[in-house]
Structure formats: structure tokens, C-alpha cells
Design a binder for this molecule. Structure first.
Ligand code: ZN
Ligand code: ZN
Length: 342
């Protein structure tokens, strides 16, 4: 095996929609191939999804945890080397590397089944190098087996967009057969919508972009409107996927009594002042969604296969990762962008 590999690093965080391609916050570099530590496996990357969190990192909305980090936490690849003591996978196995990559296992949150809130939690593509690279390492306890019905490119977005969407749906407390509003319709929402519809929900999509609206219609949304439109019916639950705080009062106003709004993103712009009567009274609830547990991931991957979730992807050659982020910043991606490595 070669001793070096190509990897994209966040070298100079800055807003992407205001810069020219020559001022990219990402740089393609040669790096030593990582060596799997005890309990880790080395994975040859076949595909890596492009997530909005990567964009927040590249644009500086999310402070880098160390300089020159390799982004990417929707990684599908093949185990090529086992670290000392690693035995859960064999070389040649197909695995997924996702956002959560370490928790302490002993704090009150870990013991309560809420390891997503562990203060010692560590993340792929933020604390440690991720999958915008030819190879990546992961602790085997935090890797996933990929259901065989999904090709690499389709499986990649399941690992964050899918899992976070699933947790958002749980946090949104959607009653059986209830009415769900989705604000924003990118990688995560287009998977969450299918999950909800397959389970009997009525889904209303509120989003910008003709392509996103078309996709929502095609996937069976009961209605499709603009992000600032009122929902056509009182909602039981809503999820905001767009990183736009100004949507919070709008979504709360569209909730019926006892409705719940879940905020799916890791970053949200400022939320305007709320009016108690208009936005919160009648026992409406607003909650954030923080990462996910491994159990969320396992459950979602089983459901995705069983319910036949269709993953819409825009493949991008690995060499054009910076352009993929730029397209995401300007809202020009249909479904999920996925870097493909040959
Ligand atoms: Zn913990
Ligand atoms: Zn993500």
C-alpha cells in the first residue's frame, strides 16, 4: 500500500458564496496514510457525502477543532487494515463512518442511553480527520455495517443526512398518522419525508428552489410551498433543516396545540424575538437535535432498507470537493452531493 494519500483539508475558512474558486477554503494535499490505533480500522474510501456541516466548517460558522482537519462524515468504504485488538470487521468488509466517533461510556448521559449528549463526545471531520480523503480511520465500535441493498453512493448520505433526519423525526414527536412540516428540502429532508410518509404521516414541505420542490412532489408530499408561506393545515410536528433562524416563529405559528418543532441543524442563524401567544402558548414545544446515538444509526439503517428509501444523489468527482461545497452554499444540489473515488 502507498504511504501517502490525497486529502482535502480546511485551510482557510471563509464564506463560499462570496469568494472565487481561487480563494477556496479547502486545499487538496498529500498526507501520510493514517495508521489505525488499537481498536480502529483503516478504510479505503469509496464515497463520501457532502453535508451542510462540512459547509459550516469550511465557512467558519463552526470553529475548527484543529488546523487542517479533513472534513467528511458520511463515508462508505472497505476495511483494508485492522488496528491492534480490532475484531468486529474483517478486511474487505464494507463499512460506514459517521459523525459520532467517540463517547466516554460512563457519564450520566452515556448511561442513560443519550450518548449524543456526552461531554467527551468526538466527531469525524471535526475533531478527527474524515472522509474527504482516499483513506480514513475509525474506531470500530463507531462504524456501521451498510445494508446490501444500497450502492456506495446511495449509502453515504444515509450516514448523517439520514440518521440525523431520523433523530429529528423522533425529537419532533410526530403522532401516528400526524401532519409533519419540513422546512428546507435537501439531503436530510428528502430522506426524512420518505420515512414519515412510509409510516403513514401527511408531509407538508416548505422550501426554496424549484428542483427541491419538484423532488418533494415526486416523493409524495401532500403540499409544497415556499419557506415563508404558512402551512396549509395546522401541523402536529415540524422540523427545520434550513440553517435559518427566521423560520422558527413561522414554523411555531403553523403548529397546532401541543405541536413540537425540532431544529435539526448544528448551526442556526439568530432567532427573532418570539411572541408568547402567537408562538408558544397552547403547549407548543421547541427542541434542538444534537448529533445522534449509535442506536439511532442502527435503527435508521434497518428502516431505510426495510422501507425502501430512495436516495437521490448528485455524484461529484473527488477532485471537485470544493465545487460541491460551493454548489451546496448556493442551493444548487439535488438531493445529496456525494464525492466518488475510483
Ligand atoms: Zn459519556
Ligand atoms: Zn452531517
Amino acid at each position: 500500500m502507498a504511504t501517502t494519500m490525497r486529502a482535502w483539508v480546511v485551510s482557510d475558512p471563509r464564506p463560499l458564496d462570496e469568494t472565487t474558486p481561487e480563494q477556496s477554503p479547502l486545499t487538496l494535499v498529500e498526507r501520510p496514510v493514517p495508521i489505525p490505533a488499537p481498536g480502529e480500522v483503516l478504510v479505503r474510501v469509496h464515497a463520501c457525502g457532502v453535508c451542510r456541516t462540512d459547509l459550516h466548517l469550511a465557512e467558519g460558522d463552526l470553529a475548527p477543532r484543529h488546523n487542517g482537519v479533513v472534513p467528511g462524515h458520511e463515508v462508505v468504504g472497505e476495511v483494508v487494515r485492522l488496528g491492534e485488538g480490532a475484531g468486529r470487521f474483517r478486511t474487505g468488509d464494507r463499512v460506514g463512518i459517521a459523525w459520532l466517533r467517540h463517547t466516554c461510556g460512563t457519564c450520566r448521559w452515556c448511561r442513560a442511553g443519550r450518548e449524543n449528549l456526552c461531554p467527551q463526545s468526538r466527531y469525524t471531520g471535526w475533531d478527527k480527520d474524515g472522509g474527504y480523503a482516499e483513506l480514513a480511520v475509525v474506531p470500530e465500535a463507531f462504524a456501521y455495517r451498510i445494508p446490501p441493498s444500497f450502492a456506495d453512493e446511495q449509502a453515504a448520505p444515509l450516514l448523517c443526512a439520514g440518521i440525523i433526519g431520523y433523530r429529528s423525526l423522533l425529537r419532533a414527536q410526530l403522532p401516528a398518522g400526524g401532519r409533519l412540516g419540513l422546512y428546507g428540502f435537501g439531503a436530510s429532508a428528502h430522506l426524512t419525508a420518505q420515512l414519515a410518509i412510509a409510516q403513514g404521516a401527511e408531509v407538508h414541505v416548505l422550501t426554496r428552489g424549484d428542483e427541491a420542490r419538484e423532488l418533494a412532489q415526486k416523493l409524495g408530499a401532500a403540499s409544497v410551498g415556499g419557506p415563508y408561506d404558512p402551512a396549509p393545515v395546522p401541523l402536529d410536528s415540524a422540523i427545520i433543516f434550513a440553517p435559518a433562524g427566521e423560520l422558527v416563529p413561522l414554523a411555531l405559528e403553523s403548529l397546532g396545540p401541543a405541536g413540537t418543532l425540532a431544529l435539526a441543524g448544528i448551526h442556526l442563524s439568530d432567532i427573532p424575538a418570539l411572541d408568547y401567544q402567537r408562538h408558544l402558548f397552547r403547549e407548543r414545544t421547541v427542541t434542538s437535535v444534537t448529533s445522534n446515538t449509535r442506536r439511532d444509526g442502527e435503527e435508521f439503517l434497518v428502516l431505510a432498507q426495510r422501507l425502501g428509501i430512495q436516495v437521490t444523489t448528485t455524484p461529484v468527482p473527488f477532485e471537485h470537493a470544493d465545487q460541491a461545497l460551493r454548489d451546496l452554499a448556493t442551493g444548487h444540489v439535488r438531493g445529496a452531493a456525494v464525492l466518488t473515488l475510483t
